[in-house]
Ligand binder design. Structure first.
Ligand SMILES: Nc1ncnc2c1ncn2[C@@H]1O[C@H](COP(=O)(O)OP(=O)(O)OP(=O)(O)O)[C@@H](O)[C@H]1O
Ligand SMILES: O=P(O)(O)OC[C@@]1(O)O[C@H](CO)[C@@H](O)[C@@H]1O
Length: 308
């Protein structure tokens, strides 16, 4: 079973307007309220790929009721831990440029945290736990690290979508895959990239530091997959970008869901790329139909030889 953990889910309130003027009343041309949060987005993709999975995390209040109902309607298996406080609302403004206003998140009590841990009490070595997104402020900084210790004790695999110090702390525990984007990768090693070879070298360093696979996403410039003995690149297919929020989560969902079925890293990369672009070309997280439309457009090539 794949478990996704969204500690801090959200209603993503997506608003569109041709132009936003700060300090004025702006009238919205189009709005949408979508269930969001990084792990939930991964679960939505897994569901589209018919990959059994269970969405975990904390959910509460009228916002939590909305998200749970929306996910149930989509057929997701959800085991969220109920909390007393309201789940947050994140505002995604699509005007001249994309601007995001993400809430800090609700208060979560020690009793609620204990109840959440019960969901991880029966992990086995066949399981994969995907952890994504910010921690609510009331959670300890070690929250993800503590979960990883439980995952490792059960012999299960894990994926964590994080950056900075949190990533540094988890790499030695050998995550199945890490997916920094090229900017996060440059920040991580406090460097700037002049060309693709520099990006690949940084990805290989992350592999040496413990990741089993490194996926580097580069938005409209495509992605790279780094394995212990090969490096692959794919450009992104061209299309009309509608809402790139969740493209990175979709890439993780495509990779992890396919890897669980095939144990084939390149095939998993292919699905990851297709799911990422399919979401960028959709209002919400991509559907199976959109993913199928994009899959034939993905062109992966090995760039290993060009490095020597
Ligand atoms: N404009 C785009 N055109 C085509 N494909 C895209 C576009 N944006 C994203 N993608 C696809 O989705 C993948 C992940 O996107 P991106 O690099 O933006 O991830 P991210 O930075 O983690 O995004 P986010 O945090 O918004 O989810 C890319 O590698 C690419 O395959
Ligand atoms: O505030 P966090 O937890 O870092 O990110 C939350 C979020 O921006 O991530 C998803 C897109 O990746 C959205 O659905 C959601 O609003």
């Amino acid at each position: 079973m794949i478990y996704t953990i969204t500690v801090n889910p959200s209603i993503d309130y997506v608003v569109q307007l041709p132009h936003m003027t700060l300090g004025s009343v702006n009238r919205l041309a189009h709005t949408a309220k979508l269930p969001g949060g990084k792990g939930i987005n991964v679960s939505q993709i897994l569901n589209e790929l018919d990959q059994p999975n269970r969405a975990l995390g904390f959910m509460g209040g009228f916002t939590g009721t909305f998200i749970s109902a929306a996910l149930k309607a989509k057929g997701l298996e959800c085991h969220f831990t109920k909390i007393a406080d309201d789940t947050r609302i994140n505002v995604k403004i699509h005007a001249d440029e994309e601007t995001e206003l993400n809430g800090a998140g609700p208060d979560i009590t020690t009793l609620e945290i204990d109840a959440f841990y019960q969901e991880l009490a029966h992990l086995t070595e066949d399981d994969v736990v995907v952890m994504s997104g910010s921690l609510a402020p009331s959670l300890p900084d070690t929250f993800y690290y503590d979960i990883i210790q439980k995952v490792k004790a059960a012999g299960a695999d894990f994926v964590i979508d994080t950056t900075g110090e949190a990533l540094k702390k988890t790499l030695p525990s050998n995550p199945l895959v890490v997916k920094p984007n090229n900017h996060e990768l440059a920040d991580y090693y406090q460097t700037t990239f002049k060309n693709q070879a520099d990006i690949i070298a940084a990805g290989q360093r992350m592999l040496a530091e413990g990741a089993q696979h490194v996926l580097i996403s580069m938005a409209g410039d495509g992605g790279l997959l780094i394995t212990p003995d090969q490096v692959y690149f794919s450009p992104a297919p061209k299309g009309h970008v509608i809402n790139s929020v969740g493209a990175g989560d979709s890439m993780i969902g495509g990779f992890v869901g396919t890897f669980a079925k095939t144990h084939d890293a390149v095939e998993s990369f292919r699905y990851g790329l297709a799911c990422g672009s399919a979401t960028a070309f959709s209002e919400d997280i991509a559907t199976r139909a959109k993913i199928n439309e994009i899959l034939p457009l993905i062109q992966i090539k090995s760039v290993t030889e060009s490095l020597h």
